[in-house]
Design a protein around this ligand. Structure first.
Ligand SMILES: C[S@@+](CC[C@H](N)C(=O)[O-])C[C@H]1O[C@@H](n2cnc3c(N)ncnc32)[C@H](O)[C@@H]1O
Length: 340
C-alpha cells in the first residue's frame, strides 16, 4: 500500500508547481539590483525608486530569491547582496548575468510550455512552439542568437578554466579543434593555459563564427595565428590535421545516429586524433543540475545526457575506444576516447 502523504509532502509538491524562480532571477538581473547593493543594504523603497519599479511586487520577487539565498532581507524591507546575488552583476568573475536572461528567455519558456508534447510524442517542445528547429530559428533571430552565444561564452568563462585545468593532456596537443566551439571561449582557455598548443580551430556555424571574429579579446590569438576558424556545418565537414577534437556542451544536442555520424567524420578527417569532450555525464546519482539540464535538452531539441556506457557505445560505433571519464570538479567531465 502507498505510504500516506504528510502535510510536508503536499506542501513540497505544491512548491514544485510554481514557475517563479527563473523569472525572478531574470527580473533581478535585468534591474541590476545586485549592482545597486554593492555599497550596502537598501530599503525596498530605495531599490524601487532607483529602478522605477513598484515596491510591493519588487519585494515579493526579492523574497522568493532570498529563500534560495539569492539576496538577503537583513531587516524587514531591507535587502542586501549575498555571494549568490553578486553573480548577477555583469562582468564580475563567474558572472551569470547573461545566463540569467537566457534561463528565462521567451523561447525557452515556450519550449517548457510544450514539454507535455515532448513527453507524449518524443518531439522537441521548441519545434512544436516555433515550427522549426532551434538552430534554424536562432539563425533567423539575431537578437536571440547573440544572447545565446553570449550566454554560452559566459558559461564557458565560468566553467572553462576549471575544466581545462583538470585535463592537462590538452597541453600535449599540437592542434585542437573545438566542434561547436561557439564564440571561442573554451578553446581560448585551452590556448591560454597551455602555450605549447600550437593552434586551435573553432568549428561552428558561419553566423556564430562571424560574431567570434569581432571579439576584440581574441584579436591577439587570431593575429598570432594560434586561433583559427572553420565556419560551416560540422555534419558536412570538419577540419583535418587535428590532434585533439574537443567539444563542450555539444553531444547532448544530438541523437545517437547524428552523433555517430559526426564522430565518424572526425575519425576519417584525422585518423590518429583523440577526443577529449567536455560534457555532462548522466548517472543514477546525477545532481539536480544534471537532471534539469537533461530535460531542458529534450524540451529544446529532443536531446539528452548520456551515461558512461552510452558514450562508450556511440564512440565504439564510430571506431573510437572510450578510455576514461575525467572528473573536473564541476558538473562537466572530460570524456577521453582514442581511435580503436
Ligand atoms: C550549446 S552551444 C555550445 C557552445 C560552446 N561549445 C560552449 O560551450 O560555449 C552549441 C553550439 O553548437 C553550434 N552548432 C549547432 N549545430 C551546428 C552544426 N551543424 N555545425 C556546427 N556547429 C553547430 C551552435 O552554433 C552552438 O554554438
Amino acid at each position: 500500500m502507498d505510504e500516506q502523504p504528510t502535510v510536508a509532502d503536499i506542501t513540497a509538491l505544491q512548491e514544485l508547481m510554481f514557475p517563479s524562480a527563473a523569472m525572478c532571477v531574470r527580473v533581478a538581473a535585468e534591474l541590476r539590483l545586485a549592482d545597486l547593493l554593492t555599497d550596502g543594504p537598501l530599503t525596498i523603497g530605495e531599490l524601487a525608486g532607483r529602478t522605477g519599479t513598484a515596491p510591493r511586487p519588487l519585494s515579493q520577487a526579492l523574497r522568493v530569491l532570498a529563500v534560495e539565498g539569492v539576496f538577503a532581507e537583513v531587516s524587514p524591507g531591507v535587502f542586501a547582496n549575498t555571494p549568490k546575488s553578486t553573480l548577477l552583476r555583469e562582468g564580475v568573475p563567474d558572472s551569470q548575468y547573461v545566463m540569467s536572461g537566457l534561463g528565462a528567455a521567451d523561447w525557452l519558456w515556450a519550449s517548457y510550455g510544450e514539454l507535455g508534447h515532448s513527453v507524449r510524442t518524443g518531439g522537441p517542445g521548441f519545434e512544436q512552439a516555433y515550427g522549426t528547429n532551434l538552430w534554424a530559428w536562432l539563425g533567423q533571430n539575431p537578437g536571440a542568437a547573440r544572447q545565446f552565444n553570449d550566454a554560452m561564452r559566459e558559461f564557458s568563462a565560468t566553467w572553462g578554466p576549471r575544466i581545462v585545468a583538470s585535463y592537462t593532456k590538452f597541453g600535449e596537443a599540437g592542434v585542437v579543434a573545438d566542434l561547436g566551439g561557439g564564440t571561442g571561449a573554451f578553446l581560448t582557455e585551452i590556448l591560454t593555459r597551455y602555450p605549447a598548443v600550437e593552434r586551435g580551430v573553432v568549428v561552428d556555424q558561419p553566423s556564430v563564427v562571424e560574431q567570434a571574429r569581432t571579439r576584440a579579446d581574441l584579436a591577439p590569438l587570431i593575429t598570432s595565428g594560434r586561433l583559427d576558424f572553420f565556419p560551416g556545418d560540422f555534419f558536412a565537414d570538419v577540419p583535418t590535421g587535428i590532434d585533439v577534437y574537443t567539444t563542450k556542451q555539444i553531444t547532448h544536442s544530438w541523437s545517437d545516429a547524428q552523433l555517430v555520424s559526426l564522430l565518424k567524420r572526425c575519425r576519417d578527417a584525422s585518423p590518429t586524433a583523440r577526443f577529449a569532450a567536455a560534457e555532462l555525464v548522466q548517472s543514477h546519482e546525477a545532481s539536480k543540475f544534471l537532471r534539469h539540464f537533461d530535460i531542458m535538452m529534450y524540451a529544446t531539441m529532443a536531446g539528452f545526457l548520456r551515461t558512461e556506457d552510452e558514450y562508450a557505445d556511440v564512440f565504439a560505433q564510430a571506431s573510437y575506444e572510450l578510455q576514461r571519464i575525467v572528473p573536473t570538479g564541476t558538473a562537466f567531465a572530460i570524456i577521453e576516447a582514442t581511435p580503436a
